[in-house]
Design a binder for this molecule. Structure first.
Ligand code: AMP
Length: 287
């Protein structure tokens, strides 16, 4: 596996791959990798001839007081995991080379980014879209793989690619969970054993919402109330529990197929997000 730090070296290599006619699959990450990230890598492997993974803890998507400095980093372990997965190229740019000190062009989205995490993290999706767009310019992938764990992010990237005519196919893969059901996240290491036990209420209640929906329940408000009540009862500080249309992220009153049930909740000092899409297969059903 080749490792590249310099954005212009990345762009030259991307041009080489193109000239050779190789289909490039791309997985952008912030590192501190787990099985969720590796499932994206395996998917990219299946879809493309050549797999590029980026690791970049993107400073501009963290707000003041968020955990940019504390975000877990383990470049050596990450490189070993990716090399074992047969990744062709690891791109690890440095912040100073990604953003000029006088950078003044950023990507804003006006609709889908307003609700859910966007309402609580102003500027977050501006940072995400800007970096993903820059990474697409540098890596020039044919296909890029994202996780449904960050469902709002995936919807926004699909919208960005459509609205800006970026020639890349977006593939979205299901959430990978720990054995106890908690959605995998690089931030799970911050949970104490007790917080982690309490946080299981998230997936348990998402599973219950799926069961109720299959049993004929269609009241979206009742589903949200159930989620909020149970997360609070477990000691969580609830950011949101929403039922929205999975592609345009507009709130719905009735549960139906293709409704995204999404939550964000803080346990201790760790903000967790999780979700399920009704009508799509979900590993939650087997639990
Ligand atoms: P991150 O490193 O947190 O920025 O995530 C990089 C990519 O991995 C994003 O597309 C995430 O949605 C995806 N991802 C993170 N956690 C999971 C998970 N548990 N299951 C599936 N995909 C995930």
């Amino acid at each position: 596996m080749k490792t590249v730090h310099d954005p212009s070296d990345m762009q030259s290599l991307a041009r080489c791959y193109r000239r050779q006619g190789a289909k490039v699959g791309f997985v952008p990450t912030m590192g501190s990798l787990h099985e969720g990230h590796l499932s994206l890598v395996r998917r990219a492997r299946r879809l493309a001839d050549c797999v590029v993974v980026s690791i970049f803890v993107n400073p501009i998507q963290f707000g003041p007081g968020e955990d940019f400095e504390q975000y877990p980093r383990d470049a050596k372990r990450d490189a070993t995991l990716l090399s074992d997965e047969g990744v062709d190229l690891l791109f690890m740019p440095r912040a100073a080379e990604m953003y000029a000190t006088d950078a003044s062009v950023f990507l804003d989205e006006d609709d889908l980014s307003r609700g859910l995490c966007g309402a609580k993290r102003p500027g977050h999706f501006r940072g995400v879209l800007t970096v993903v767009c820059k990474l697409f310019m540098l890596v020039q992938p044919s296909v890029a793989v994202f996780g449904r764990k960050d469902a709002q992010q995936a919807a926004l990237i699909q919208q960005m690619v459509r609205d800006l005519n970026i020639p890349v196919e977006i593939d979205v893969v299901p959430i990978v969970r720990e054995r106890d059901g908690l959605a995998m996240s690089s931030r799970n290491v911050f949970l104490s054993a007790e917080e982690r036990r309490h946080a299981l209420v998230i997936w348990q209640t998402l599973r219950d919402v799926r069961k109720r929906f299959r049993g004929g329940e269609t009241d979206a408000g009742a589903a949200c109330r159930l989620l909020v009540d149970r997360m609070r009862a477990a000691g969580g500080v609830v950011d949101y529990a929403c039922c929205v249309d999975a592609s345009m992220l507009k709130p719905v009153e009735q549960l139906r197929d293709n409704v995204l049930v999404a939550v964000a909740c803080t346990f201790g000092r760790t903000r967790l997000i999780d979700n399920t899409v009704l009508g799509l297969p979900d590993a939650l059903d087997a639990r």
